[in-house]
Design a protein around this ligand. Structure first.
Ligand SMILES: [Zn+2]
Length: 173
């Protein structure tokens, strides 16, 4: 068995008979097939929708073959992502462990489509969860995963979506 490292840093292994050949990990091979100057649904890129990596799917999601994901991010108005510029770690002043990075939305979108959850602090929130008992699953900016019930106070949820609003999460978090 040969052990080698993909240029992306991932450790891989291959049978001895492949010695001397060049390859990359499956994720990098998929990435290299995207034409970055073409829209997500262009003639080349739309062919890759059906190749969604497993980690975009809900556990045991039979709809995975459709290439759609429920895992989406909040964007804009002080949430973890901005529309026009990158966000640095130092911009998470409410604390990484108090800020949602990715959420299980109620509706799925093609995994390659830039179709995120537009965060409006004064409006109603998009529907989350609905696939697991115990509520919606979110990934926090510190890498932790947690679940909260649908009954959660919307102020608490908004406080968890903002990264630097100096707001305190309610006792129902
Ligand atoms: Zn790689």
């Amino acid at each position: 068995m040969i052990r080698f490292t993909c240029p992306c840093g991932k450790s891989l292994s291959a049978r001895d008979e492949y010695a001397g050949e060049t390859t990359r990990c499956p994720d990098c091979i998929l990435y290299s097939q995207f034409k970055l100057d073409e829209p997500w649904d262009g003639p080349n890129n739309s062919k890759l929708i059906s190749q969604m990596p497993k980690f975009y799917a809900l556990p045991n999601d039979p709809a995975m073959s459709s290439g759609s994901t429920y895992y989406r991010v909040f964007v804009g108005n002080g949430s973890a992502f901005d529309w026009c510029k990158g966000v640095a770690l130092r911009d998470f002043k409410d604390g990484m462990s108090n800020t949602i990075l990715v959420a299980e939305a109620s509706t799925a979108v093609p995994w390659t489509k830039p179709d995120e959850l537009d965060f409006d602090p004064n409006g109603s929130l998009p529907a989350l969860g609905g696939h697991f008992s115990g509520g919606a699953v979110v990934g926090l900016a510190d890498g932790a995963v947690r679940q909260f019930p649908q009954s959660i106070n919307s102020q608490t949820l908004k406080a968890a979506i903002t990264r630097s609003a100096s707001d305190v999460l309610g006792p129902d978090w």
